[in-house]
Ligand binder design. Structure first.
Ligand SMILES: *[C@@H]1O[C@H](CO)[C@@H](O)[C@H](O)[C@H]1NC(C)=O
Ligand SMILES: *[C@@H]1O[C@H](CO)[C@@H](O)[C@H](O)[C@H]1NC(C)=O
Length: 473
């Protein structure tokens, strides 16, 4: 008697599960233009204005089908990509959360699932696009107010669940640096002791620079992973302590560095990773600001003659109305009993200040070669142009480029969080041989809100259960 309804239920669930699984495993094919590297001679999008609904549906269905097919062929190695281009995947603000002792079960489940939701986006992009560079745009975690053990645990989750990397080396670090309970504890005292005290007196070699690095560990990786500091990882400059910086550097690497590629050729270019949290204050530890500025001066002194991709977390100054976030600074109050040592320090900022923006742009883009800036922080995403006035050497932001001037495009990468539809940013660099210059283009590949992913997982499990019940009963 139960068999008939169970059969209907199993069939319905299985059909739904199939549809949704096909969707989540082929979603980039629905947006083949946004979800592919920009390549030479790539098709222009057709103008569908005069199409009827049926024609449009047919057009999109065909486009989807062709893309699925070409992906399948590519994975079988039948279609090679133009390997001279630069392909960088940019992941905006994942902000993975954590659990506290009193976190309810349903929230724990949500946090757990969210890791795999983000991991799904990364795996899809990686398989489809084969990026040479993967940059996580800062705010890897959701809070700067966590202890070392929690920081470690989230790093391990990000490594294994989101980025699908082997976290074994993390546990080695923990074995060498733990507290009485065996939990990770960073040795920030040694870190602080190693910091030079009198920056201005002797030029110090911080080893900020690299050359032609395509993987930190070429045996294990076929792409270069770039971690960028966000305010939730190390804090704003009023929060950032030795502890914050020591553990970030131990588990995620340097916060400021450059990598030059093919220097002294006509197609030279470089990546600049900048910790924009530690450029202005009032800061808790002024030495951090000194180091960041020292980095920028040393970078400037390179007199690099190529194009620049600047990767940083906090966007540059722009007036209200250009992006979702307008200019905003806040400071700890004079009277702050909870943490009195933070009185008047920088508490948060939406952008860099106007003065710092000008100084940084002048130090990095002084050669007036084409370049591009990727940032995170505001979650909503935005594209802005920084135009340099040739007479006054002032930079001003606008929504459209001022073609007569030298300008740099800043892309605020939309967040990969579910609330923002799980975006991935695709930056393509193409060297135009005719004009002897790099051309940068960017697109956003959207997935969908996390509920769709959740639904797919749940319905798949349900259909599995119903189908096995049918067999058993
Ligand atoms: C981190 O993970 C370890 C091992 O799972 C656990 O014992 C520890 O309590 C976690 N730390 C925090 C702060 O939850
Ligand atoms: C970036 O962070 C990951 C941990 O998720 C780590 O495996 C990798 O080595 C880090 N990169 C650098 C340059 O340290």
């Amino acid at each position: 008697m139960l068999r008939q309804p169970l059969k209907i239920l199993a069939t319905a669930c299985t059909i739904l599960a199939l549809i949704f699984n096909v969707y989540i495993f082929t979603y980039p094919s629905l947006f083949p233009f946004q979800c592919s590297w920009r390549c030479k001679g790539s098709q222009v999008r057709a103008d569908l204005q005069d199409f009827s609904l049926a024609e449009k549906t047919l057009y999109y269905a065909k486009q989807y089908g062709l893309d699925v097919l070409s992906q399948w062929k590519r994975q079988k190695g039948e279609e090679a990509l133009d390997s001279r281009d630069i392909h960088m995947l940019a992941l905006g603000d994942p902000q993975i959360k954590g659990n506290w002792q009193n976190t309810p079960l349903i929230k724990r489940l949500d946090t757990f699932g969210n890791d795999y939701y983000l991991g799904h986006i990364f795996s899809m992009m990686r398989t489809r696009l084969n990026p040479q560079f993967v940059a996580v745009m800062g705010d890897l975690f959701s809070s700067q107010w966590i202890g070392d053990s929690e920081f470690f645990n989230r790093t391990a989750r990000l490594t294994s669940r989101v980025l699908k990397r082997n976290p074994a080396w993390l546990y080695d670090i923990r074995n060498g640096s733990k507290d009485m309970n065996g939990q990770y504890q960073v040795d920030w005292v040694s870190f602080a002791d190693d910091l030079p005290e009198h920056m201005s007196k002797t030029p110090i070699d911080f080893q900020f620079g690299y050359e032609n690095v395509y993987a930190w560990n070429p045996v294990e990786d076929d792409y270069l992973l770039i971690n960028i500091t966000g305010n939730h990882d190390v804090g704003y400059s009023g929060d950032a302590t030795f502890q914050h910086m020591a553990r970030f550097q131990e588990l995620f690497g340097k916060d400021n560095y450059w990598i030059e590629y093919d220097a002294d050729t006509e197609h030279a270019w470089r990546i600049v990773v900048l910790n924009s949290l530690l450029l202005e204050g009032p800061a808790l530890q002024d030495e951090f600001l000194d180091i960041t500025w020292e980095f920028l001066y040393q970078l400037f002194e390179r007199r690099f003659n190529g194009s620049t991709v600047l990767l940083t977390h906090v966007p540059f100054y722009k007036e209200e109305g250009i992006c979702v976030d307008g200019p905003y600074f806040s400071y700890y109050p004079e009277d702050y009993p909870r943490e009195p040592y933070k009185a008047n320090l920088l508490r948060s900022q939406n952008h860099l200040s106007q003065g710092v923006t000008k100084r940084v742009l002048n130090l990095i883009f002084d050669n007036e070669k084409p370049g591009v800036i990727l940032t995170g922080h505001d979650h909503e995403g935005c594209e802005t142009f920084y135009n340099k006035d040739p007479k006054t050497a002032e930079w001003f932001a606008s929504k459209k480029p001022q073609l007569s001037n030298y300008y740099i495009k800043e892309i605020t990468v939309k967040s990969m969080m579910g609330e923002f539809n799980g975006n991935a940013g695709l930056l393509t660099g193409h060297f135009n041989v005719l004009h002897k210059r790099w051309e940068w283009s960017f697109s956003l590949c959207p997935f969908s809100i996390q509920h769709i992913w959740w639904f797919t997982k749940v319905i798949t499990i349900l259909s599995g259960i119903f189908l096995s019940l049918l067999v058993v009963l």
